[in-house]
Design a protein around this ligand. Structure first.
Ligand code: GTP
Ligand code: SPV
Ligand code: MN
Length: 593
């Protein structure tokens, strides 16, 4: 194990508070993992699925009131409230420690405390960061074994240093009223209590790799972003890399694993996945921006994933996966979710664990009537992914040509546009908006501003975060170009106009051609918009006129947005950089022309 006194003392202290019956160190071995799977099945925490059809796969259901991230109960506990900013919930650190200590007191009585040493990034590499998560949940252990790199080599890499992220998780009694996900970025500490849902409890993911890491990145001159990373391979073998930030459940996993349309496949285009949710970005020795995926697996949205929309994701889940809150098909002990196929099981249990009647399904009440929860998920190893990039394990990551922002907007935002500079691109990120989804608790389908898709994930003041973006732009000699996309424009009947999914490559092709200066554009008040005929529609049953409609910029709608952006900037407060106000004024002036 380790003789690191910082680690040992901390574990002693946490164990004294939580009062587990025993402490078990997780070593990353298959034997220990298999024993934990057996134990979880024997207590009913997990269900072993049909091993002929889904080898190594398991099903877990969380409490019905615990199926998504809880942004209202997520806190950033910096010494001063200003450093957390107005967008984050804040609690004074010592008050928070003492409040939560009471909730942790003897919460692990009769349970085991598991010690998970894990790495975000390749163990031992320059860019890796280490954490230790203490948890009383086998489900958490088994998920962390997929999502991160776990084992004794992490303890060796930490050595006798105090430089690791201390994570404490207890399910306690899953009391919703006392559920807290709190971060102490100044202490490298994360505490999570009374939840068992992924984003609240897999502390390597949003808590560490975004909230704590964004804080560290600002201090150390790099960036932690809610971005997928993909490579587009051209017929001549060249590969260009793109990162894209879309809010939760807005298409990152799908874009990252995109399968090119037939006409592109025939020409020899391929898409490679480096990451589907989180990117750590640093300036390389060559002056370009490099992106690395700190995770080791995918925690993807199940509903809507099928053989047509995302065959790569489906293939990734066929072995060694954990399914959470999906529908249990009792006919053959497998899993099902809305949008998997058109054959819902006739004998099944829904995500709540009740016998489910598929004939009662009502699209307008998904949570109430669906077999799978809209935020049900699969956890699967990256190495299962048929289109995993050969650079996945490259500790340096990949050089980024384009950064793409995007949201779910029925109106206003065009299919794609390009910012005019890094500064203007930062502004474009800062004004992002999207309709809310089931990935977080609360109303679904409400437009809210979600800058850089990071509203729930910035571990400090949003104004300072924007200033950091602007600073990074000054420091990167060969910065990527910045774009904005929207796959979700709808017609008057509410149908998506753009086919999306694999056909999004058509937009990526334009984006990358812009980066190479190979295609023109029209300048509009919001930035560069493609000439409709430059979006390739070969093989699509839509016309150039539809593309024109998708690319149109409605000045009135944008002016209404400007008003809403001013309100949002005011909410972010006095640390909004002046430069962004200048950008906003200039946008308003151009729109009013
Ligand atoms: P998180 O894991 O929550 O961060 O989500 P994500 O951004 O990875 O989203 P994901 O790719 O899982 O997609 C979420 C939902 O959006 C699914 O229901 C998809 O079917 C749908 N979706 C993804 N891409 C497209 C697209 O291009 N067009 C349309 N119409 N829907 C899409
Ligand atoms: C998201 O909500 O953006 C996710 C899932 O990727 S979670 O890990 O729950 O945050
Ligand atoms: Mn996400």
């Amino acid at each position: 194990m380790t003789s690191n006194k910082y680690i040992l003392n901390w574990i002693d202290e946490m164990a004294a508070m939580c009062g587990p019956d025993k402490i078990v160190w997780i070593d990353g071995s298959d034997a220990q993992r298999d024993a934990l799977r057996e134990e979880a099945c024997s207590t009913g925490e997990m269900i072993k699925l049909n091993q002929d059809l889904l080898p190594g796969c398991y099903l877990h259901k969380t409490a019905v009131n615990d199926v998504a991230r809880v942004e209202g109960r997520t806190f950033i506990c910096t010494k001063t409230k200003e450093d957390a900013g107005n967008i984050n919930n804040w609690m004074e650190p010592s008050e928070c420690y003492s409040k939560l200590s009471k909730l942790y007191k003897n919460s692990m009585k009769g349970r085991t405390m598991y010690v998970i040493p894990y790495s975000m990034g390749i163990v031992g590499s320059d860019f890796a960061k280490y954490g230790i998560e203490l948890t009383d949940s086998i489900y958490v252990v088994l998920n962390m074994l997929i999502m991160t790199r776990v084992g004794n080599d992490v303890l060796d890499a930490i050595g006798d240093s105090a430089d690791y992220i201390k994570g404490l998780h207890s399910k306690a009694d899953l009391d919703e009223a006392n559920r807290y996900i709190v971060h102490f970025p100044e202490d490298n500490t994360i505490w999570s209590v009374n939840s068992g849902y992924g984003g609240n409890v897999l502390l390597g993911k949003k808590c560490f790799a975004l909230r704590i890491a964004s804080f560290l990145g600002r201090k150390e001159g790099w960036m932690a972003e809610h971005m997928l990373i993909l490579g587009v391979e051209y017929p001549n073998g060249d590969i260009k890399y793109v990162t894209a930030a879309f809010p939760s459940a807005c298409g990152k996993t799908n874009l990252a694993m995109l399968i090119p349309p037939v006409s592109y496949r025939e020409k020899g285009y391929k898409v490679w996945t480096v990451g589907d949710d989180i990117a750590w970005l640093r300036i390389g020795k060559d002056g370009r921006l490099w992106a690395m995926n700190p995770e080791n697996g995918f925690f993807g949205v199940a509903p809507g994933t099928n053989e047509k929309s995302n065959p790569n994701a489906l293939a990734t889940t066929r072995e060694g996966a954990i399914f959470t809150n999906v529908c249990h098909n009792l006919e053959n002990n497998t899993v099902w979710w809305e949008g998997l196929d058109k054959n819902p099981p006739h004998n099944a249990e829904n995500w709540r664990g009740e016998i489910w009647d598929y004939t009662k399904y009502d699209k307008a009440d998904k949570v109430g009537t669906s077999g799978a929860h809209p935020n049900s998920r699969f956890t699967a190893k990256a190495t299962n992914c048929p289109c995993l990039s050969k650079e996945f394990n490259n500790p340096a990551g990949v050089p980024v040509s384009a950064i793409v922002f995007g949201g779910r907007r029925a109106k206003t935002a065009p299919l794609v546009y390009q910012s005019t500079s890094w500064q203007n691109g930062t502004f474009v990120g800062s004004i992002m908006a999207s309709e809310t989804t089931a990935a977080a608790s609360g109303a679904v389908g409400v437009v809210r501003r979600d800058p850089m898709a990071m509203r729930p994930f910035v571990g400090y003041n949003m104004g300072d975060y924007w200033a950091h973006w602007l600073n990074m732009g000054r420091l990167i000699p060969h910065a990527p170009k910045i774009f904005h996309v929207n796959w979700f424009r709808t017609d008057d009947e509410g149908n998506f106009i753009w086919p999306g999914f694999g056909d999004n490559l058509r937009v990526l092709e334009w984006i990358l051609a812009r980066c190479d200066g190979k295609v023109g554009a029209d300048i509009t008040p919001i930035g560069y918009v493609p000439k409709a005929e430059d979006i390739n529609i070969e093989g699509l049953d839509i016309t150039v006129d539809t593309i024109k409609e998708l690319l149109s910029v409605d000045k009135e709608a944008w002016l209404a947005d400007v008003k809403n952006i001013r309100e949002f900037y005011a909410l972010v407060g006095d640390r909004v950089p002046d430069t962004l106000y200048d950008e906003l004024d200039a946008l308003e002036a151009r729109l009013s022309d």
